[in-house]
Design a binder for this molecule. Structure first.
Ligand code: AMP
Length: 306
């Protein structure tokens, strides 16, 4: 099956203790579409300004992503975000968020995209996420991401989105913020009561936890010796996870567990280089190989029980 992905397509300025990169390609839809394209056909819904030129589009086109739903606003400016990381890659400060062309964006999905079966609502205004979700056919499996900017800025819209979506991706801080619970199991349960049937809580280098009404599943993060730039790790996790489900064409406990491992592995690649650099030449074989490496690090037989 194919997947429709909506979210930000952006220019990012990123500062880490080692380096500063100005106006690199970023955005939630960019990261999630680029990784998803290695699992299944991807259709991207978003908006950019005139400053997003042919060479920038080419980065997405090279991955075979269908850009019929990527609108260009004449005279408009592309979404811009600036963030700074300290010594701990799990901690970052957002310095600038300029919505620009997203302020007036009204997404209209091509008719033939509405029955795609799977939808990922990357981090963007929850009203836009609802708008896209409502255009998809009934029975679509939907996942969504969000962040503190929207949790604080549009709490009611976010609640409405949660009552409609199947799978929510959040990091630990966001899970606590949405639920008001400090224990993550309590936070996960409280979020499930708000609507989603699956919640995935990401904990950066400490891995991720999935919860449904009757199942819990945890994965460690793939250990990396050097984290160059964690920007987009969450988007890549969710993009890989959702596209893995779309490729399987089903959502049962085994496919959810596999998606957790593929999401984990996908995110690890993004951190290895700035912006989307590592995703440009990434192959399905690279992902599969790392999946096996991670599995080899956690698999154990209990001889005492044989
Ligand atoms: P992540 O590191 O997975 O949280 O994603 C970072 C990406 O999200 C960057 O490339 C930004 O362009 C994008 N981003 C940051 N803030 C927002 C926002 N408020 N809405 C939509 N996208 C955002």
């Amino acid at each position: 099956m194919s997947i429709v992905i909506v979210g930000s397509v952006a220019f990012d300025t990123i500062e880490t203790p080692q380096e500063r990169v100005e106006r690199a390609i970023g955005g939630s839809a960019t990261y999630s579409s680029m990784i998803a394209s290695l699992f299944c056909p991807v259709k991207l819904v978003g908006v950019v300004g005139e400053d997003f030129r042919a060479e920038h589009r080419a980065v997405l086109e090279a991955k075979g992503i269908d850009l019929e739903g990527l609108e260009t606003v004449e005279g408009g400016k592309t979404f811009f975000w600036e963030g700074r990381y300290g010594a701990d890659p799990n901690e970052r400060d957002t310095l600038v968020t300029e919505l620009n062309v997203f302020e007036t964006f009204k997404p209209v999905l091509p008719e033939s995209w509405r029955g795609s079966g799977f939808l990922f609502l990357g981090n963007i205004d929850p009203d836009l996420q609802i708008d896209v979700l409502d255009q998809m056919k009934e029975g679509t499996v939907s996942g969504c991401d969000t962040m503190n900017f929207w949790i604080e800025g549009k709490p009611e819209s976010l609640r409405r989105l949660l009552s409609k979506v199947d799978i929510l991706f959040v990091n630990d801080g966001e899970a606590r913020q949405i639920s008001g619970e400090s224990n993550l199991l309590h936070a996960g349960k409280a979020i499930l009561e708000m609507g989603p049937s699956v919640v995935v809580i990401k904990k950066g280098e400490h891995g991720a936890m999935l919860m449904t009404g009757d199942m819990k599943f945890i994965t460690p993060a793939f250990p990396l010796e050097s984290v160059m730039d964690p920007t987009g790790a969450g988007d890549t996790f969710a993009g890989g996870f959702m596209a893995c489900l779309a490729a399987a064409g089903k959502v049962d406990s085994e496919s959810l567990k596999r998606a957790m491992v593929y999401g984990t592995v996908s995110a690890s690649f993004t951190c290895e280089q700035f912006s989307v650099e590592r995703l440009k030449n990434l192959s399905s074989d690279d992902i599969k190989k790392r999946f096996n490496e991670l599995m080899a690090m956690v698999r154990v037989d209990d001889e005492a029980q044989d």
